[in-house]
Write a protein that binds this ligand. Sequence first.
Ligand code: ADP
Ligand code: MG
Ligand code: ZN
Length: 598
Amino acid sequence: MIHTILKETFGYAAFRPLQQEAIESVMDGKDVLLVLPTGGGKSICFQIPALAKPGLSLVISPLIALMNDQVLALKENGIEAYSLHSNIDYDEKIRISNAIEAGDAKLIYMSPEGLLNEKMMSYISSKDINLIAVDEAHCVSMWGNDFRPDYVKLSSLKTHFPDVPIMAVTATADKATQQDIVTTLQMKGAQQYVGSFERENITITALPGLKRMQQILAFLADRPGESGIIYCTSRKSTQQLADKLNAEGIDAACYHAGLDSQIREQVHQDFIYDRTKVVCATIAFGMGIDKSNIRFVIHYNLSKNIESYYQEIGRAGRDGSEAEALLFFSYADISQLKRFIDDSAAEDTYKQVQHAKLDRMWEFSNTAHCRTNIILSYFNEYKSEGCGHCDNCLNPPETFDGTQYTQMALSGVYRAQERITSNILIDILRGSSKQEIMMNDYHRLKTYGVGRELPYPDWRSYLTQIIHQGILSIDYSDGGRLKLTPLSHEVLFESRQVNLVKFVWQDKKAKPAKAAVTVNREDVDKDLFVELRSLRTRLANEQGVPAYVIFPNKTLEELAAVKPQTKVAFSQINGVGKLKLEKYADDFIQKIKEYEGA
Ligand code: ADP
Ligand code: MG
Ligand code: ZN
């Protein structure tokens, strides 16, 4: 039964990890906590039981945007789903209550406050409720970024519906949060399924924050017309970056909490409907972004911790197709983030934790090891093999004996009496004639110009590594000036060797080539893909739905590889259920035939 629904209604051939286990448990009437990464396919784990069981399922969701997105996708697959919230009009309310009364409605999406008010409760308790799903269940946790006080009130669900199974799902729950969810929702003897946090389709790259604009333009030029988010720390920089991109002919908008809510809504909608390709945003552009075809997330600035970073890049590639995460990191960023923590009104113990988390983020940025494994170990998942989809795995960094360079840097710091920042140090080593150098007589130092052979970015990278190895330190309480450490002494006087990772510019690095999950990248006919994509855009515009609701990119890729010319062949493609077969197969097959004939 559940396999039939998977194939016929949703058009998928097989379950993904843990889906079947979770579905079978709720079918057995058990409470379930399901933790799967973003894009892991949590929704169908409550949608399939909702269809398989007699009665009505309730889905609790924190944001109207999330409800609407899922309901739209369900309706596309011919399922009677509704979202019931304060923004719907009277007519829609009547339609919903009629559908419930007639027993046609299968899923109703609501906010916690929408469900828990007295009137709604007395109405809904009289109905045959077969399942309550709590989406984004980590919102119950007071320690997380997405805490919602209304979610805590969901603790009364078990009082109102003692016999109805609860399925709580989330992508971002460490052990403590998982426990919080189970306790708050009073899930007794809950089955817990925790999948891997790994997002195999996201390629992670981290680069020193040098010439960021230039690097971003090169990145975007390689990916014309693709959707993405660029996160910045400050509101002002989102605006500036969007302006610059627009000036370069890139279709970009900015988004932050200081904008009028109407404008924010517009930017959001334009992004969802592919009218705007790139959004430059602060992290206020967050949880409601359930758009499945985001191809990249760029961090213009360092994130404050690994949780936030992973949640932010997790917005890319929900459709399972290849996606990219590009992080820029710099000392300026880390100093600023440290200042934010120090200046906050929080207690000292809290500040210490924040500093420690920031340090992990910094280590992550600077590592020569597998980046995915660092993230996974942060979430208590340990793997020995490299992931194969991060920059360090794809282009294993080349190391060399950097003792001489290190000694140059150390002697520069020493001779300048530990009064210089890393920028000045590089200027000294490279023999710059900047005013600041001349005014301080740094051009008379013995180290002046000894490192001329290395370009600025290379020095920047090596200094970062030297600092990271504890051979120099940055004194944030002294304007970020560089200080010698006990290890400096060993390098200068005790012939300690220092290995450094060779610096390579991003555009010189080989392009990661990775097979897509269902079809080989090489098999995808690019021109046909473009044709199919524009057909999809036309259909989406005609129906007023976002393009990815019709078919995700992954389905288009498979179509452009397999090129089905009959309905039977078309129905075998992942993502093609019965209804979509009826609605779209003819148009797409015709396009494929035209293309093949041409
Ligand atoms: P999340 O876990 O982030 O809530 P979703 O439920 O939104 O993920 O699913 C992400 C994408 O994966 C959707 O496009 C969904 O239709 C697709 N998907 C879910 N289950 C499967 C499956 N078994 N096979 C193929 N695609 C699936
Ligand atoms: Mg989801
Ligand atoms: Zn890796």
